[in-house]
Design a protein around this ligand. Structure first.
Ligand SMILES: C[S@@+](CC[C@H](N)C(=O)[O-])C[C@H]1O[C@@H](n2cnc3c(N)ncnc32)[C@H](O)[C@@H]1O
Length: 467
């Protein structure tokens, strides 16, 4: 018996349920069925193309199939499955074998498709395999060669599939791909920069719930149209977001944001950096503690050690300087939602949450651990509390406004609640919009009042005026 889990990993194999095709793709293409050749270069069992045959009267299906359908997959067993599936639509094996082909289509694009009498419509759910994973696992390292030369900088197999279509001049595509294509930062900045010079998105369906049986990767279905001529311009499209409910939203992808979707937060922090921004550093490390040994006793939690559900508490001895530094910096950042309403990503008071003075990193630094923040110049305790309230207010405002799209979805969890990750650079950027150090007394009071009153609209106007 073959190892399915392994195939899923090595070949990025996640077959799309036929219902997804029927519900979301078929309605968009059914009136164009005679205008294109329908291709899936990563076809698996053929679920994204073969159901088109339902639209064709039985006596015309064989002709239609011969002329208008081509499927490819690297795995023999899946090609076999697709041939069997085709027979369920009345396509004889001999004919199916001609157009359902075993081939590594990332390595070599089947160019003959480009010479056929009608244009290609590529509908696919390509393999997803992140370069970071490929590098680390022996069985996938054969893919490393794909990411060299002109493909240097792309980060996932699905991105190579997109760029190959671009290079071969394909006009119309429907892709089911990880939502990091639209919402990711460094994982997808390059592919978006390159791709959106040539393509528009007509529409996107954004799933915030799982649609595959064996992976929690959130996906989007993107409907792409090639532009008449390459152009660097903003791209506007309708998104339909499917969660526990269905929401419609207009997205604008701007070249200056690497065409990233949901960039309101980035725009806010970029446009409102304070004249005199507060500088911060992250982490209290063991190294620093060892270098500053002394007589002063202080309580910390060990961010690398969990006992039951709690971080282990420790008492350490440091010199006066470090003692003062730890004691006077009272905040930490929680970068990942814990999954409860009180544990959302944001700034928190160390003493209140952990009943300790500091958060010590004893082993590796993890960006998902609680991380102590150190301010330079020092802020008073009251100033830090005010900053904390400011930070959390603005963060919640943008979470609501953008449905948390500026945050990265953190792994997959079974709960209904989608956990989000707030990057450390985002934390720093948001802190640097806090204009405190540039304000006079009167302005400081105004800012304080707005934060205390949670008057978010006026607060944002105020920030943009005084920055
Ligand atoms: C995510 S699955 C999707 C299959 C199908 N499009 C669907 O939606 O049901 C990706 C498919 O790509 C195939 N694949 C992976 N690498 C490939 C390559 N280099 N060339 C051709 N097919 C490949 C896998 O075997 C797998 O069947």
């Amino acid at each position: 018996m073959q190892d399915k889990t392994k195939d899923r990993r090595i070949y990025g194999e996640h077959l799309t349920p036929v219902e997804v095709f029927n519900d979301f793709i078929l309605p968009e293409i059914k009136n164009k069925k005679n205008d294109y050749i329908w291709v899936d270069l990563f076809a698996g069992a053929g679920n994204l193309i073969l159901p088109i045959l339902n639209l064709i009267p039985e006596e015309k299906r064989i002709e239609f199939f011969k002329k208008r359908i081509y499927l490819f997959d690297i795995q023999k067993e899946l090609v076999e499955q697709a041939i069997n599936n085709a027979s369920k639509y009345g396509i004889p094996r001999k004919i199916a074998e001609k157009n359902i082909i075993q081939k590594d289509t990332i390595k070599e694009y089947p160019k003959f498709l480009l010479d056929l009498d009608l244009p290609i419509y590529h509908i696919t759910n390509p393999p997803y395999l992140y370069l970071g994973y490929i590098v680390k696992h022996k069985e996938t390292q054969k893919y490393l060669e794909f990411f060299k030369g002109d493909n240097k900088g792309y980060q996932d197999l699905y991105q190579l599939a997109l760029i190959n279509d671009l290079r071969n001049g394909i006009e119309k595509m429907i892709y089911i791909i990880p939502s990091n294509f639209l919402f990711g930062f460094s994982v997808s900045n390059k592919i978006r920069d390159d791709f959106f010079k040539y393509y528009l998105i007509e529409k996107a369906i954004i799933f915030e719930k799982e649609i595959f049986e064996h992976t929690g990767t959130n996906v989007v279905i993107c409907f792409f149209n090639r532009k008449k001529a390459p152009k660097k311009e903003s791209i506007k499209f309708q998104g339909i977001k499917i969660n526990n409910e269905i929401q419609k939203k207009t997205y604008v992808l701007k070249p200056e944001n690497h065409y990233r979707a949901g960039s309101d937060f980035e725009e806010f922090v970029n446009n409102n950096k304070a004249k005199n921004p507060i500088k911060i550093t992250y982490y209290l490390t063991l190294d620093e503690v060892i270098k500053n040994k002394g007589e002063y006793k202080i309580s910390v939690i060990d961010a690398n050690e969990i006992n039951g559900k709690k971080y282990t508490k420790k008492v350490i001895y440091v010199n006066e300087k470090l003692y003062k530094k730890i004691k006077s910096n009272i905040l930490f950042v929680r970068t990942v939602d814990t999954g409860t309403i009180n544990g959302r990503a944001g700034l928190y008071n160390i003493k209140e949450v952990f009943e300790a003075d500091g958060i010590l990193v004893t082993k590796a630094k993890y960006r998902t651990h609680p991380i102590q923040i150190f301010f330079d110049p020092a802020l008073t305790v009251d100033e830090q509390k005010l900053l904390m309230n400011y930070f959390n207010l603005i963060l919640e405002y943008f979470r609501q406004k953008t449905d948390s799209e500026f945050l990265t979805t953190y792994k997959y969890s079974n709960s209904k609640y989608t956990r989000k990750y707030l990057g450390l650079r985002q934390v720093k950027n948001l802190i640097q919009t806090f204009p405190w150090l540039s304000l006079n007394e009167e302005e400081k009071n105004m800012l304080k009042n707005l934060i205390e009153a949670k008057n978010i609209k006026k607060l944002i106007t105020f920030i943009s005026h005084v920055k």
